[in-house]
Write a protein of this length. Structure first.
Length: 293
């Protein structure tokens, strides 16, 4: 995701940054709290590419959640008979389908030149505040449109990782019970639990994760959902401790980058962001009509 924005990070640095984000996800609101810290670090280290840095981190999380919904959607089709017998699960399946479809429609609207030039879209954009900042963020997001191969690779990696943690939850369940476990159903309910954990309600989603696991696994006949969540949280904490070490080692470099940015701001009032500010056509409707003539 960073390379698509022409931001160079080594695999080692990207991995360390991911562990740092995992650490802060255990202490900040929701499981997405670590993304805020990742964005902060990347922006501090890439001060000339601030917009692209923020977009890369946000898009990484959004793209991962989108693929997670896709995994749940495929699993719901595989276990459709079970969902049809349980009204709650069927409601969740319809919600997943709606969210997945909604994301696709929103992306189509965003990247469609014909839709972007509609009069009402132009009117909305002209009333938005901070249009310069929005233009840079928009251009950074549009960069991914020109990198379909990168998105396919990211999708493949994301699917492997999601299936990995789902299998981890299945192994934790097998360690707690000798009953038969509906494997395909777990590929549907475990992603839903992680989507719920992304909501910033409590630090590290404490309580939210346990409640989600307990309810959703209970819907497929597994009563040990809370214990499964605790086991999974213990695994995350081990990796988060490694992330804490990575953060302490990286903190000095981040502090130096921030100090350099402050020094540059004192020498030059405005820090230049080299992301081209290309956005919606900001001309009036009359000008557009004259140009078309």
């Amino acid at each position: 995701m960073l390379r698509a924005q022409n931001i160079t990070y080594s695999l080692r640095d990207a991995y360390a940054l991911t562990l740092v984000g995992l650490f802060f996800s255990q202490v900040m609101l929701g499981s997405t709290g670590g993304d805020m810290m990742k964005a902060y670090i990347v922006v501090a280290e890439q001060k000339s590419r601030r917009s692209a840095s923020v977009v890369s981190v946000i898009f990484d999380r959004a793209f991962g959640l989108f693929i997670l919904l896709g995994v749940a959607l495929v699993a719901s089709l595989w276990e459709f008979d079970l969902l049809r017998a349980n009204p709650d699960l069927m409601s969740f399946a319809l919600l997943v389908l709606s969210m997945f479809t909604g994301v696709i429609v929103m992306c189509w609207l965003f990247f469609s030149p014909r839709v972007r030039q509609l009069a009402w879209m132009q009117a909305i954009y002209r009333r938005l505040p901070a249009k310069g900042l929005l233009a840079r963020l928009e251009q950074a997001l549009a960069n991914y449109k020109d990198c379909p191969r990168t998105l396919l690779v990211c999708a493949g990696i994301s699917i492997i990782l999601h299936c990995g943690f789902i299998c981890g939850a299945i192994c934790a369940t097998k360690a707690l019970t000798s009953q038969e476990i509906p494997i395909a159903a777990c590929f549907f309910v475990v992603p839903l639990a992680h989507v719920a954990m992304a909501v910033p309600l409590t630090p590290g989603s404490i309580g939210t994760g346990e409640t989600s696991y307990n309810y959703l696994l209970g819907c497929v006949g597994i009563p040990q959902g809370s214990l499964v969540a605790i086991i999974m949280r213990s695994v995350y904490i081990v990796w988060a401790l490694i992330g804490c070490i990575c953060y302490l080692k990286r903190k000095r470099r981040v502090d130096i980058a921030i100090e350099e940015a402050k020094q540059a701001e004192r020498e030059e009032p405005e820090v230049r962001d080299d992301t081209p500010p290309v956005a919606f056509d900001d001309r009036s409707d009359e000008d557009v009509q004259l140009d078309s003539v």
